[in-house]
Design a protein around this ligand. Sequence first.
Ligand code: FAD
Length: 489
Amino acid sequence: MTDDFDVAIIGYGPVGATLANLLARQSLRVLVLDQFDRAYTLPRATHLDGEAVRILQSAGLGEMLVSHLGVYPRMRFEDANGALLIDWPRSTLPGSHGWRDSNRFHQPELEIALRARAAASPSIALRLGWRVTAITQDDGAAIIEATDPDGSTARFTAAFAVGCDGARSTVRQALGAELEVLAKPEQWLVTDLILNDDAPSLPGGTVQYCDPARPFTYIEAVGRRRRWEVMLLPGDDPALFATPDHVRSLLRRWLAPKDAELERAVVYTFNSAIATRWRNGRLLVAGDAAHQTPPFLGQGLCAGLRDAANLAWKLAWVLDGRGALSLLDSYQTELRPHVAHYITEANRIGAIIQERDPARARARDAMLLTQPQVLVPIRPRLGGNEGTDALAGTLAPQPRLRDGQMLDDAAGPRFIVLSRTGLPGQVSDETKARWARTDAAILEGEAADYLDAIGAEAVVIRPDHYILGVARSAAELDKVTQAIPLAAG
Ligand SMILES: Cc1cc2nc3c(=O)[nH]c(=O)nc-3n(C[C@H](O)[C@H](O)[C@H](O)COP(=O)(O)OP(=O)(O)OC[C@H]3O[C@@H](n4cnc5c(N)ncnc54)[C@H](O)[C@@H]3O)c2cc1C
């Protein structure tokens, strides 16, 4: 059987749309199917970390993001009396990724921009309004059956199919995965309001109201949008909870009805779960289809974008023969433990916020008021790097080069050898041949401050911005180059 496409993406949410753009940048023939013909109009995510923004820059959205991202100043945790329990200040300046480490954004604007870019790409075919009903595979291809808006069915084939089809993923089921539950799900009301001009002033950033009588989260979203998340307690009726009158009564300590327009109120179940398999042959899952986290760290979409970045270069390598099929095994090996760190940390923070027992909440407050905590972002390492150089599997920074370009823009979707001047000329012929096969970008005499800071002569960076290895000599650079996962031959 011949395949119609290199990669079929099921689901045109933010993860599917990012993956489509990253694959198109490598000239792959991409099919995207979604059951709906337009992007979801209401935001879910409000926060993106610097790594996520950097991935979107790689997907071609750099210029758009400059004008659409807002500063995310801090997250405060308060007890029932408003005393500060935990502070989490964020820098308002660009961090190591070339972008701020924490950003506010409006998800529908991002999705529209991702879709506009994909629609303009000659290598992406869109089938919107098509619901995927079955996915199978044979030795040569993934086979996708879908129903169009008129109810007729069609079959598509692709070398690989990636399910970016959300928490209730059809593709996850098709590849035989279960969901491993990491913590008890909780129900929260999520309500967005748009402030009127004369609304009272509200806090900046995010506030976690750790009140055992009723935990609340307040989020300063972009523009005049503000979000409240309200934990449902035993006996609360989710349908009643989300009615406009009830929402207004819940928010009356902040706003009167005349102060804001209610945009939406939905009760969500905050799940903590990871798929037991992320790949079976030619079928893969990414984004919420592969993992779900409570939103206390603002990491669900960020994790999905990391999946897209990890898969984009590996799929391209397997398709053009640079990588063996087994390269795709490292997708789950690397990212499953990585996302599990974030979910575990979100649950640790969630347990502080969601404490409902008054005695335990008092003990928590007493401890935190005497020993105030300041949170910092966690930066897990990719799985599979145990026993290697301490920096292997960690994120490389994105410095500006001497000509002012950002590193990722200069290199494109390639491996990078970032090196002191002269070192690349001292490596073995085999290393030079591997760099040529890899199509690596060799950047000599750049980022000297960074190399000084890590005490290195060179660093090899993967297309998804993670460090493959660090070298202090030409011989070490030969060794790191051997770890580039080129197929034999
Ligand atoms: C209240 C809340 C707050 C959040 N805050 C943050 C935050 O601040 N930061 C953050 O990083 N993340 C956050 N998240 C998580 C983030 O919103 C999600 O992780 C992200 O939107 C998931 O994107 P996705 O593309 O994987 O899936 P989705 O956006 O769910 O997209 C899946 C797509 O697949 C399509 N689809 C499904 N089945 C089929 C089928 N059979 N055929 C065709 N199409 C199909 C759907 O129509 C949909 O378009 C939050 C989530 C919630 C609920």
